[in-house]
Ligand binder design. Structure first.
Ligand code: F6P
Length: 329
């Protein structure tokens, strides 16, 4: 931190949008406190873009973000906002931004939130994105706020399921979140010591017959229980559990973790990234950057162009899966 005052910005807005992610509060805190440190007014917008359109706006001061770093969810609340898919809704959001006299709008959210921001940028809004989704599936950045907490929650669940499935010599099929992406699934699979992981991007199809074959092989080498992780995007968890039990005769239980993984006190990793990205977002605004997003790549925080970042590609490193299979023997 230089402590020097840079380009004078008078007022910014901050909102959280889309699915909540642990660490969003640490990001809000960092945005509010950095802005106030540099004498910039901040307004908090409730319920994401819906609150912008509906005018649910309040001034935020440093004390408003006391004791929030440790909280899951988002103190500003969030929503998925269908109105942002319409010209009318977008025009209204941009008009309110102007009426409020904002110099920038900081949006903490996932790729759907960035799409909204990109549309607003065409209507004169200076949009600044901070990547936050438990799914990790945003382009241009290696890290998204919430991922680490979600994986730790999943791993903790797997630890507990391991206890009971081992005691009963059962198979456990565990569904973790991730509609379009398997990052949570492969990380949970690796860190929870799963025998098999099914995820949407898998290069060669892992179907129920492969999983069953694996379980039978495992039994022949003396394994007493199996943990199978299924990403939400693959689905069919209950059906798979039933099929495993019918074909192998091994008692099998299905557990769907669902929104459990979206809550909880954020880990140190999430708090750190959220705090640093929140700080750098305000610095970027002060430096006169327009329509940019925060990113974390190769150990460094970066500021990327919003539209360019959305064009970038990101693919799950499937070597993690290959290693899971080696370690699961
Ligand atoms: O994007 C995060 C995520 O938790 C996905 O993993 C999941 O598919 C989706 O959000 C669920 O969204 P909703 O909040 O609408 O239930």
């Amino acid at each position: 931190m230089t402590g020097m005052k840079e380009k004078k910005i008078r007022k910014i807005g901050v909102l959280t949008s889309g699915g909540d992610a642990p660490g969003m509060n640490a990001a809000i805190r960092a945005v509010v406190r950095t802005a106030r440190y540099y004498d910039i007014d901040v307004v908090g917008i409730r319920k994401g873009y819906a609150g912008l359109i509906g005018g649910e706006i309040k001034e935020m001061y440093s004390k408003d973000v006391s004791n929030v770093m440790n909280l899951g969810g988002t103190i500003l609340h969030t929503a998925r906002c269908p109105e942002m898919m319409t010209e009318e809704g977008l025009d209204k959001a941009a008009a309110i931004y102007k009426i409020l006299g904002l110099d920038a709008l900081v949006v903490i959210g996932g790729d759907g939130s960035y799409r909204g921001l990109a549309e607003l940028s065409k209507r004169g809004v200076n949009g600044i994105g901070i990547p936050a989704t438990i799914d990790l599936d945003m382009c241009g950045t290696e890290y998204t706020i919430g991922f680490d907490t979600a994986v730790n929650t999943g791993m903790d669940a797997l630890n507990k399921l391991r206890d009971t499935s081992n005691s009963h010599e059962r198979c456990s099929v565990v569904e973790v979140m991730g509609r379009d992406a398997g990052y949570i699934a492969v990380w949970c699979g690796m860190c929870g010591g799963a025998e098999e992981v099914m995820f949407p991007e898998e290069k060669e199809v892992i179907d129920s017959s492969k999983v069953i074959q694996q379980i039978l092989e495992n039994r022949s080498i003396g394994k007493r229980h199996n943990l199978i992780v299924v990403a939400e995007g693959v689905g069919g968890t209950q059906k798979l559990a039933k099929e495993i039990q019918e074909v192998t005769g091994i008692q099998t239980r299905a557990t769907i973790l669902g929104h459990l993984q979206r809550g909880g006190s954020p880990t140190a990793t999430d708090r750190m990234h959220a705090s640093m990205m929140g700080y750098y977002a305000v610095k970027a605004i002060m430096e006169g950057k327009q329509n940019v997003v925060m990113a974390y790549n190769s150990g460094k925080y970066e500021v990327l162009d919003l539209l360019e970042s959305m064009e970038m590609k990101k693919t799950l490193d499937q070597e993690i899966y290959d290693v899971i299979k080696v370690l699961a023997i």
